[in-house]
Ligand binder design. Structure first.
Ligand SMILES: NC(=O)c1ccc[n+]([C@@H]2O[C@H](COP(=O)([O-])OP(=O)(O)OC[C@H]3O[C@@H](n4cnc5c(N)ncnc54)[C@H](OP(=O)(O)O)[C@@H]3O)[C@@H](O)[C@H]2O)c1
Length: 301
């Protein structure tokens, strides 16, 4: 990395992925209100700068934009270089960016736009899960987080109180995998390795492409999303074991009204951001390798 000209900021420095809207934007808002310097990142420069402008207008002065596409290694490396050069360390990494891995039939899109129909009238058969969407979902939600962790852990190791928070989901629990053998393999955290986890994801994608995923014990619906989040939860445990000096947890924000679920979630983004923000601000030597449901410790199964 280049020689650095660090800002001498005593403030904690946070990176939030997918910060331009939804829960990510609200995490940026709440962290900033708690005195954290926030790097609000987004894959789209216009959407990201508009989000920063909005937070600044609300009075959040220490929020900065940087482009970041978690599916693009060069973009991840570029952000790391910027943070190294400007701050010399990172305190908080919030892996929030995700996609659903599905698309809607035109009929469902039309329903979404009708005032008295809306998202509640979308039936499961109107939600398409294609191999392309499945690959995008695994690549963003799971490998995107891995890309971020690999590049940013060296910078987090320079922090006094480093934290990684991975946004998982209720669907990130093992109970959503029908196959007992696959569940057992992922649950056995003492033997599970990153390589094996990656291998399981490859098996899932191959089965999905060949339309064998239901027969082979993978989830029938929201398949790629569930697998991406189960893998993310397991990866959180693997990382926490490997890096005991970093507090690394995953959190289900709850069912929140955002674009990912066509805005049908009952919780507000304020409620959804509470858990991730609480974990980001935990005191030193706090628990690591845990699954939280909003602000409470939960289980991985
Ligand atoms: N809402 C819920 O009920 C719920 C429940 C459980 C878990 N979660 C999790 O909470 C997190 C936030 O979701 P949300 O509900 O706020 O959804 P959202 O409103 O759809 O926001 C998703 C964010 O991720 C960004 N993103 C997608 N692909 C990206 C990429 N390759 N690189 C960088 N950013 C990317 C999106 O950017 P664009 O605007 O460019 O698309 C957007 O900013 C996700 O991890 C989600 O799985 C949500």
């Amino acid at each position: 990395m280049e020689a650095s000209i660090h800002e001498t900021t005593p403030k904690r420095i946070a990176v939030v992925t997918g910060g331009n809207k939804g829960i990510g934007l609200e995490i940026c808002r709440q962290l900033s209100a708690k005195g954290v310097k926030v790097l609000l990142t987004a894959r789209d420069v216009e959407r990201g700068t508009a989000a920063v402008k909005k937070l600044r207008e609300e009075g959040a002065s220490d929020v900065v934009f940087h482009q970041l596409d978690v599916a693009d290694s060069a973009s991840v490396a570029c952000l790391a270089k910027y943070i190294h050069a400007h701050f010399g360390r990172l305190d908080i990494l919030i892996n929030n960016a995700a996609v659903g891995g599905w698309e809607l039939e035109p009929e469902a899109l039309a329903l979404l736009n009708q005032p008295r129909q809306g998202a509640f009238s979308i039936l499961p058969g109107m939600v398409l899960e294609t191999p392309e969407k499945a690959v995008e979902c695994i690549n963003t939600n799971y490998y995107g987080t891995k890309r971020m962790c690999k590049v940013f852990i060296p910078l987090l190791q320079l922090s006094q109180s480093p934290k990684i928070i991975n946004l998982s989901s209720e669907y990130g629990k093992l109970k959503f995998i029908p196959s007992e053998n696959i569940r057992k393999e992922i649950e056995n955290i003492n033997d599970l390795t990153e390589e094996r986890l990656d291998g399981l994801l490859e098996s899932f994608l191959n089965d999905f492409r060949e339309e064998k995923h239901k027969d082979n014990g993978w989830p029938a619906r929201s398949s790629a999303y569930k697998i991406s989040k189960v893998a993310l939860s397991a990866y959180t445990r693997i990382l926490a074991k490997e890096y005991p000096t970093i507090s690394i947890n995953c959190v289900d924000p709850g069912f929140v009204k955002t674009d990912i679920n066509w805005n049908i979630g009952p919780l507000t983004v304020e409620e959804g951001a509470k858990g991730p923000v609480m974990l980001a601000l935990l005191p030193d030597n706090s628990p690591s390798g845990l699954f939280y449901c909003q602000t409470e410790v939960s289980s991985f199964d």
